[in-house]
Ligand binder design. Structure first.
Ligand SMILES: N[C@@H](CCC(=O)N[C@@H](CS)C(=O)NCC(=O)O)C(=O)O
Length: 225
């Protein structure tokens, strides 16, 4: 996404009603959401893609590492970590809980209970691979990258399987409508694509997912890929 510290794009909301008119006044467009996070994409990029694509506006509060290390903000966070997310007077921590909340409130959680369960299953799988990736990048990059790359096709297989079972890979990860898990999966593929350019010998496994990417195409953020 763009530079940190900015307010997210504001397009007409697709899933939320427009604010009511009061007399001659329109309610000011105060972003209902705030993301508090470090100046990186990290665990917030999927929610940013989701919000932008859904035409929602949001505010970013960027926390510099120096200020984080002073301690009070960390101490005030429920799990001692960021992101912190605000939706009006609701404060949330845990990036996947935030994605699920947005999934519920913006209608991005499948069309019924069965699809919602599948969306959860995909998202948990994305989280598993994200944790492996984070552990590689932050703790074991040089020694671990070869094994990681070897194992990657196997780790991506479940997503390929689901996509191939859904309209031959031409659709979303679950059913006929986009879900929060699509954005999270897309972000996971995106970070691996960055890795792929650093380490081209990994081959073109990402092309397997191009249909999924195309299914999401048309959204402005697709240019990020
Ligand atoms: N399970 C949490 C993990 C959050 C997390 O690992 N946050 C890191 C940044 S990505 C953090 O706050 N690190 C600073 C610290 O632990 O002091 C989530 O998904 O939100």
């Amino acid at each position: 996404m763009g530079p940190p510290g900015r307010t997210g794009r504001c397009r007409l909301p697709r899933n939320r009603p427009l604010p009511p008119l009061t007399g001659f006044f329109v309610h000011p467009a105060v972003p209902p959401y705030t993301i508090v996070y470090f100046p990186v994409q990290g665990r917030c990029e999927a929610m940013r893609m989701l919000l932008a694509d859904q035409g929602q506006s949001w505010k970013e509060e960027v926390v510099a590492m120096q200020s984080w290390l002073q301690g009070p903000l960390k101490a005030s966070c429920l799990y001692g970590q960021l992101p912190k997310f605000q939706d009006g007077d609701l404060t949330l921590y845990q990036s996947n809980a935030i994605l699920r909340h947005l999934g519920r409130t913006l209608g991005l959680y499948g069309k019924d209970q069965q699809e919602a369960a599948l969306v959860d299953m995909v998202n948990d799988g994305v989280e598993d691979l994200r944790c492996k990736y984070v552990s590689l990048i932050y703790t074991n990059y040089e020694a671990g990258k070869e094994d990681y790359v070897k194992a990657l096709p196997q780790h991506l297989k479940p997503f390929e399987t689901l996509l191939s079972q859904n309209k031959g890979g031409q659709a979303f990860i679950v059913g006929d409508q986009i879900s929060f898990a699509d954005y999270n999966l897309l972000d996971l593929l995106r970070i691996h694509q960055v890795e792929n350019t650093r380490c081209p010998s990994t081959g073109d496994w990402l092309s397997t997912f191009s249909a999924h990417t195309m299914a999401l195409a048309g959204a402005p953020w697709i240019l990020l890929l």
